[in-house]
Ligand binder design. Structure first.
Ligand code: GDP
Ligand code: MG
Length: 292
């Protein structure tokens, strides 16, 4: 098992800056409770952000959508990544879910508002960036998107970088999973929902490699908080009577693809798009409204 995440694999120029200042990166996780959000976050960052003592919000609060943040500082290769995870327990759990995107939207916009305030102060020292840089939206494995999924994505797609995930991919056969991914992507396109597009990079070879990763969108993920044995190796996985599903095996699911593209290769782009597009939209609307 790899024991590092790889956010410090940066181009030289970015690396030098990052060594000095470090990164702030905020991930928002949204989806109905029980879809494996907390487990996946733990799997992604090797840290027990949620542990037995701190079981994660979904086990503690129910029914109303809350927004809860946890912070960890990871250090790799001399670079600090201050990672903030924003969880939304209670999402989709109520009888009437027609406005359950609202608290999430409020959170995203409140961070833009904070940033706008900080920017407009006369002495702008380094502003801590608490804006949401990407939203992992967990889709329940099944036949297609639910009305709630469509509603949420429509409300948030022009506010934040949306990355849809197929949750608990191990509950489907590979054929079912591929079919489900196609259906989901179709529905997203038909509904004119814009998910985050991973741009190409400058390197030809790297692009070829990334093309294969991008073909896997929406990423179908499996999470696990335990280490099990598979073929003599100790791996993060889920053990079944018929075998082990390995989280970090690309033949079993897209976990590694997601981690590579989000954390290794596109972290800076997620930050740039947040700043240059989503935040800029917010800022223009806000300042425009004041001018009227
Ligand atoms: P959350 O409410 O979305 O945060 O979900 P949790 O991470 O608390 O997981 C809910 C339950 O689903 C737990 O029993 C997990 O062990 C299980 N679980 C988490 N991830 C997976 C997965 O990828 N596949 C399967 N089959 N179960 C999972
Ligand atoms: Mg949870």
């Amino acid at each position: 098992m790899e024991d590092y995440i790889g956010f410090a694999n940066l181009p030289n120029q970015v690396y030098r800056k990052a060594v000095k200042r470090g990164f702030d990166f905020t991930i928002l996780v949204v989806g109905e409770s029980g879809l494996g959000k907390s487990t996946l976050i733990n799997s992604l960052f090797f840290t027990d952000i949620y542990s037995n003592e701190y079981p994660g919000p979904s086990q503690r609060i129910k029914k109303t959508v809350q927004v809860e943040t946890s912070k960890v500082i990871l250090r790799e290769n001399g670079v600090n990544l201050t990672l903030t995870i924003v969880d939304t327990p209670g999402f989709g759990d109520a009888v009437d879910n027609s406005v359950c995107w609202q608290p999430v939207l409020n959170y995203v916009e409140s961070k833009y508002e904070d940033y706008l305030h900080a920017e407009s102060r006369v002495h702008r020292t380094t502003i801590v960036d608490t804006r949401v840089h990407c939203c992992l939206y967990f889709i329940s494995p099944g036949h297609g998107l639910k009305p709630l999924d469509l509603e949420f994505m429509k409300k948030l797609h022009d506010k934040v970088n949306l990355i849809p995930l197929v949750a608990k991919a191990d509950t489907m056969t590979p054929e079912e999973c591929n079919q489900f991914k196609k259906t989901v992507l179709n529905e997203i396109t038909q509904s004119k929902i814009r998910i985050y597009e991973f741009p190409d990079c400058d390197d030809e070879e790297e692009n070829k490699h990334q093309k294969r990763i991008k073909e896997r969108i929406p990423f179908a993920v499996v999470g696990s908080n335990v280490i099990v044995e598979a073929n003599g190796k100790r791996v993060r996985g889920r053990k079944y009577p018929w075998g082990v599903v390995e989280v970090e095996n690309m033949e079993h699911c897209d976990f590694v693809a997601l981690r590579n593209i989000m954390i290794r290769t596109h972290l800076q782009d997620l930050k740039d798009v947040t700043n240059n597009i989503h935040y800029e939209n917010y800022r223009c609307l806000k300042l425009g409204a004041v001018g009227k």
